[in-house]
Design a protein around this ligand. Structure first.
Ligand code: NAD
Length: 232
């Protein structure tokens, strides 16, 4: 049985991913700050992450796939660089970069021991092209893409692969406050060649394809799933 750990799996893309991986027959442990059926864990806290990963290993015996999905955009105050409060910069990087670092660090020893594993990090198109007025988020997602490449390079010899998924705009609790405003949504959707934002299940599809092991020669790759947004 393939075992997956999904961080931030109580909402949005993480929830859709956990459901999809279960539907594919995998055992799935969900880590999140809180929520029914989740292993409570703040991905920025080293001791909490270690305890959560140990508890998933105790329960399932192995971890084949880690999905680093937990992420935040930062408050509306985190805009262009010189106006971004320092604590907001740190908070965004703590969840979006330190989180994947700590979770990957905690699962890698068992993946090395078993000689296989796949670390999939939900980055963003913002990690490849700059989102205007979102300096902290853009920088953090760029770091998440490079963390993925670094893992791919350093751990290939142990049979461990690492890939990123880079969504464009997805309708989740992270974005619904904007997308529920019809004029704003229309403005956003005009910038997407497919003419609509994604549903979280469409990002879960991409994660499930990576997690299936079918793309077995793919590692260090940022898989863009953005309706053509970054092709413009
Ligand atoms: N929604 C989009 O348009 C979009 C686009 C590109 C990338 N992403 C990325 O996808 C991922 C999921 O986003 P979403 O839209 O589903 O957001 P969401 O807000 O619906 O879900 C995020 C989940 O992460 C959890 N989380 C936040 N901080 C945490 C922490 N410190 N420890 C543990 N869990 C924590 C939250 O509790 C929540 O359940 C994020 O990394 C986000 O940056 C989202």
């Amino acid at each position: 049985m393939t075992v997956a750990v999904v961080t931030g799996g109580a909402s949005g893309i993480g929830l859709a991913t956990a459901n999809r991986l279960r539907a594919e027959g995998m055992d799935v442990a969900v880590l999140d700050l809180a929520g029914e059926g989740v292993i409570a864990c703040d991905v920025t806290d080293p001791a909490g992450v270690q305890t959560a990963i140990d508890s998933a290993l105790d329960r399932f015996g192995r971890i084949d796939v880690l999905v680093n999905n937990a992420g935040i955009t930062g408050s509306p105050a985190a805009t262009v660089l010189h106006e971004t409060p320092i604590e907001e910069w740190d908070r965004v990087h703590a969840v979006n970069v330190r989180g994947p670092f700590l979770c990957s660090r905690a699962v890698l020893p068992s993946m090395i021991e078993q000689g296989s594993g796949h670390i999939i990090t939900i980055a963003s198109v913002a990690g490849l092209v700059a989102f205007p007025g979102r300096a902290a988020y853009t920088a953090s997602k760029g770091a998440a893409v490079m963390l993925t490449k670094s893992i791919a390079v350093d751990y290939a010899k142990y049979g461990v692969r690492a890939n990123a998924v880079c969504p464009g705009m997805v309708y989740t609790p992270m974005t619904s406050w904007r997308l529920d405003q019809p004029e704003l949504r229309a403005l956003i959707e005009r910038q997407i060649p497919l003419g609509r934002v994604a549903q979280p299940e469409e990002i879960a599809d991409a994660v499930a394809l990576l997690a299936s092991g079918r793309l077995s020669y793919l590692t260090g790759h940022p898989l863009v799933v953005d309706g053509g947004m970054s092709a413009l």
